[in-house]
Design a protein around this ligand. Sequence first.
Ligand code: ATP
Length: 250
Amino acid sequence: MKTLLKTESIVKRYGAILVTDKVSLDVREGELHAVIGPNGAGKTTLINQLSGELRSDSGRIEFGSEDVTALGINSRARMGLVRSYQITSVFDEFTVLENATLAALGARTHAFKLWGHLLGERAARDAAEEGIVLAGLQHRTVSLASSLGYGERRQLELAMALAARPKFLLLDEPMAGMSVQESGAVVDLLRSLKRKYTILLVEHDMNAVFALADRISVLVYGRLMVTGTPEEIKGNAEVRATYLGEEEIS
Ligand code: ATP
């Protein structure tokens, strides 16, 4: 399988703290790659470096065959590297469809630019509707965002990311704060998105991670300890000793 995203020795420091310590990672096209690790390991920081929200202090990031190290979040999003959750704000007074359409227009992907203004809006609306269906929120299309429950709001954020027609989705703890039922629904949803998109998933819910991931990378104190299949990670003595021992995997 072809590598879609590759980091070479990326570093992020906050003062004296090395939060990302020479991380070299590759994510293959079509795979669901999970990043796990204890609190404060640097997972969110890594996602921010990949999305372009944060500049790395050193190292290199390639997306497709392009060096995107110097590009910001909008340029990377236009190339299809999209972070769900907080990439675009949800407007409470707008409907689900309006929010997703704005996200599609905001992404201003190459495809939309080629169309004229009106056709561009039509295409954005189509992309928004597609994102809403993919995120399983079609029954709420005309509901105001303010009326959504917590889980549905997270689904809307995912719909908005999907409306941007990404190739690669960066997901930071999509199950955080959800009930068991809601988490189960997100696992089903991510299973349905698997292969259609390349996905990097940061998640503390180990049952979800082990059910979904093709490969798992373990981050500890900013350092990449190991990357492997779920079976390899489960069987890794160092991972068990430093991290998984505390977690329950059924
Ligand atoms: P969690 O699992 O709890 O979400 P994480 O693995 O995502 O944690 P990060 O949020 O990336 O970890 O934080 C990694 C470390 O970097 C932590 O020690 C955190 O305090 C520190 N850190 C993060 N952002 C900043 C910042 N803007 N300034 C200073 N230190 C920061």
